[in-house]
Design a protein around this ligand. Sequence first.
Ligand code: GRF
Length: 202
Amino acid sequence: MTYRILVLVSGTGSNLQALIDQASRYGYEIAAVISNKSDAYALKRAQAANIPTYAPTRGDGRPLPIARFEEETLNILEQTSVDLVVLAGFMRILSARFVGALGVRAINLHPSILPAYKGLDTHARVLQAGDKYHGASVHWVTPELDSGAVLVQGIMSVSHTCPDALQADIHKIEHQILPWTVGLLRANLAVNTPIVRYFDNV
Ligand code: GRF
C-alpha cells in the first residue's frame, strides 16, 4: 500500500522539493500540499509536480487567522487519506486542539540540534553563542513548540560567520534527512532513540 503524506508549507519550499525529488527513492507519495500563504513559492513546486495544492487564505490573499486555517486543514485532511503530516518550513504555531485532532501523526523539521535553539533565528543564535556544531532535527509534533521526541538529527561543524551561509549548509542537510525520515517511518524503522548523522564537508 502506498504511504501517503500531506505537506504543510509557508515559504520557498526547498524541503518540499527534496521530498518531491526523493519520493520514489523512499517509497512514499505526496497526497497534497497546504500553504498558509497564497504566494508561497512552494505551491508552484507542488503544481509543477502535479500535486494537489490548497492555500486556505482570505479573499484578498492575506493569511487566515490560525484557528480558521487549522479548521480548513482538518477539512482537507478528512477528504484526503494520509499516513503522515509533514511540516516542511511551516512557520505558524499550531494549537494543541489541532495537533490532537489530526488523526495521524505529524513530524516537523527544525533547523537546530534540538533541544537547543527552539524557535526562530537559530542560525544567528548559534553564531552568536560561538557554537562549534549546528544541525537540523526531524521530530514528532506535539502541542509544545519544537519539543516532540527527535527522530533524526543531522549535525555539521560550523565553518561560516554569516547566518545566510550557515543556513545554506543546514538546508543541504535538511534536504537529506527529511525525505530519509519519511522513508524510515514508511518502513516502520523509526526508533525511540534519535538517529544522529554527522555530515562532513557540507
Ligand atoms: C527550513 O530551514 C526549516 O528547517 C525551517 O524553515 C526552513 C524552510 O525552508 N522550519 P524551505 O521553505 O523548505 O526552503
